[in-house]
Design a protein around this ligand. Sequence first.
Ligand SMILES: Nc1ncnc2c1ncn2[C@@H]1O[C@H](COP(=O)(O)OP(=O)(O)OP(=O)(O)O)[C@@H](O)[C@H]1O
Length: 244
Amino acid sequence: MTHSALHIENLSYYYGARCALDKLKLDISEGVFFGLLGPNGAGKTTLMSLLTRLLKPASGEIRVFDYALHKQASQAMRNIGVVFQQSTLDLDLSVAQNLAYHGALHGIAPREVRIRIKQELARFELSDRQHEHVRNLNGGHRRRVELARALLHRPKLLLLDEASAGLDIDTRASLNQHVRTLCREDGIAALWTTHLIEEIHSGDQLLILHGGRSLAQGQTQSLIAQHGAADLPALFSQLTRPAA
Ligand SMILES: Nc1ncnc2c1ncn2[C@@H]1O[C@H](COP(=O)(O)OP(=O)(O)OP(=O)(O)O)[C@@H](O)[C@H]1O
């Protein structure tokens, strides 16, 4: 039986009078790579802020592995790993120190932290960089360190807010592939937000967000067929085109 990793029901948020998210619904099961595609201003970062409790919903419900995010915060948050849009690594600390700091914040014993750092860095082919200052790493490697850090407390739901922003095309594809492997091999559910159509594959679960509203949701290939579009770029422009 597959479990629900993330359940969102009628989630709304306003900045003053401006509606940034309008009654959003979304479901992600464990092991699923879920793409959230939206142009600038669609509401992606607002959603991430609500999911990480930086913002409080105006209305609606968020459940993480069936824990209510706002009523059972510590149980829910324990299951979440986050890679924010902007890097939050300390450039003057080594790779291992950045990870160790995260482990300590989560209350993991130092010995166990050392074991997990070794495992995560091996997984992301960064073992030989662990003592280097993050400042010396290129953009792709820094993002991999952030991914390794997000996984250190063994979350089962990974939230990635435009995690590939600023990377070149090959590095972006490789990061995207790393996350897909985590879903497939470790049963992790991932919410991957992006404005880049090429990061979504035809078999992915997809939500197209525009102006705070869900315009379409389902398996990418089925959505393309349902709307009679030639491909995802055509579907996206069909749905987001301003009314004449
Ligand atoms: N602090 C704020 N105050 C007022 N309006 C805001 C604030 N933050 C975001 N907004 C507005 O809310 C809407 C959603 O913004 P949000 O940043 O969530 O979109 P996004 O999809 O993440 O965009 P981007 O890809 O540019 O980061 C936009 O219209 C934006 O202008």
